[in-house]
Ligand binder design. Structure first.
Ligand SMILES: Nc1nc2c(ncn2[C@@H]2O[C@H](COP(=O)(O)OP(=O)(O)OP(=O)(O)O)[C@@H](O)[C@H]2O)c(=O)[nH]1
Ligand SMILES: [Mg+2]
Ligand SMILES: [Zn+2]
Length: 360
């Protein structure tokens, strides 16, 4: 681990798997243990079941909000669940049907069992960190992905940004980049930082330069959020939660409930949906250390670098991997400065192997 962090070395994620401990607990208790969950599609739905949205995880349970009355339910998955997907049975953002329990939780909240999960409209997923070849869905059903990085402390990594862009493409999310902590950049270097992100403008990915400290760029961010649902994701310590604190004042609501179940946690440990006043929602998520794309073949890789497309047809060889072939028009475009060199490096790194990424 050589990644710089903005503050002390807190470790909300499991150092080995990169996952938050509650999720591991959840898998152990619900999937590996005696209360095994059986996935069975298309079973009749109990008429008492109510539709809700998963807002966040607490230990092995999920805090959900009922559609009908916006009330909260703490629900678990157990027994047989009707679910169209096989990886990550329930994720934050999922639309679920909950069978209400007769009893409240010991903390006094309505309780229930998730009996059905709806198909996901969009998703952000990655390969589960570690050796296992499994998909991990981080958040479902948001419209937009704000890739949040810091101008400094911690330093941003283009390789990570480019991975996020591919994952957004795969999961049908509209991506944009938020560069926070611009207050840490001395005036004489501001133009350099902005220039460093110009390649993203050229591929139509908006880049917003903001600062929680000075308020710079927050109006632009608000208008980018609009009435959509937006996931904020990025490394730890870049200011995702700080931004959300500024942008929404309903944070306390959901936060208060999850704190009853997980006392004494300060950093973000699970993704959490915050409804916004003007409609839409904003989703906070724990800092990401590793981001390997789930299912990415070398053949399909060039299609995720859309700026290569006008040149790819002019390569001398077909197919051309755009790595070593003579007469490669993509490489020529990089040499000519028409394709951004950093984007090309991301392409090469991903071709080499889409491994878990820590310090690239
Ligand atoms: N200088 C400066 N510091 C900031 C800014 N935004 C946030 N910070 C600080 O950066 C640190 C991390 O902020 P958080 O909001 O907790 O970061 P996060 O991205 O939510 O981190 P995780 O929950 O661990 O993923 C805090 O000490 C913030 O006060 C900013 O614009 N400028
Ligand atoms: Mg946070
Ligand atoms: Zn080529």
């Amino acid at each position: 681990m050589t990644m710089k962090r903005g503050r002390g070395s807190h470790h909300e994620t499991d150092p080995e798997t990169g996952m938050i401990p509650p999720a591991r607990e959840r898998r152990g208790q619900k999937l590996g243990g005696r209360t095994r969950t059986i996935i069975k599609e298309g079973q009749p739905l109990d008429p008492r079941a109510v539709l809700a949205t998963v807002l966040t995880a607490v230990g092995p349970s999920w805090i959900c909000r009922r559609d009908a009355d916006a009330g909260y339910v703490v629900a678990t998955v157990g027994g047989t669940v009707d679910c169209p997907h096989t990886s990550t049975i329930v994720a934050v953002g999922d639309r679920v049907w909950i069978l209400p329990d007769d009893h409240l939780t010991p903390q006094g909240d309505a309780a229930g069992t998730i009996v059905k999960v709806e198909a996901r409209q969009t998703l952000l997923s990655r390969k589960l960190p570690g050796r296992a070849r499994r998909e991990q869905v981080l958040v479902a059903n948001v419209d937009q992905l704000a890739i949040v990085v810091a101008a400094a402390q911690p330093a941003y990594r283009k390789r990570l940004i480019d991975r996020y862009l591919i994952a957004a493409d795969k999961g049908d999310l509209r991506p944009f980049i938020v560069v926070n902590k611009m207050d840490l950049i001395p005036d004489e270097y501001l133009a350099d930082v902005e220039e460093d992100f110009a390649a993203y403008h050229r591929i139509d990915v908006p880049v917003l330069f903001v600062s929680v400290e000075t308020g710079q760029g927050l109006d632009r961010l608000r208008s980018e959020l609009g009435s959509a649902s937006t996931l904020l994701s990025g490394p730890s310590g870049v200011g995702k939660s700080s931004l959300i604190n500024l942008l929404t004042n309903v944070r306390q609501d959901v936060g208060a409930i999850s704190e009853k179940y997980e006392r004494g946690r300060h950093t973000t440990t699970a993704a959490q949906v915050f409804p916004m006043n003007g409609g839409g929602s904003i989703v906070d998520s724990p800092g990401i250390r590793e981001f390997a794309i789930w299912e990415l073949s070398a053949d399909e890789l060039p299609y995720y670098f859309e700026e290569f497309t006008p040149f790819a047809g002019q390569c001398r060889f077909t197919p051309c991997s755009h790595t070593h072939e003579p007469g490669c028009a993509v490489k020529q475009a990089v040499d000519d400065g028409v394709i951004d060199e950093e984007r090309y490096i991301s392409y090469l790194v991903l071709r080499e192997g889409n491994m878990d990424e820590q310090e690239r």
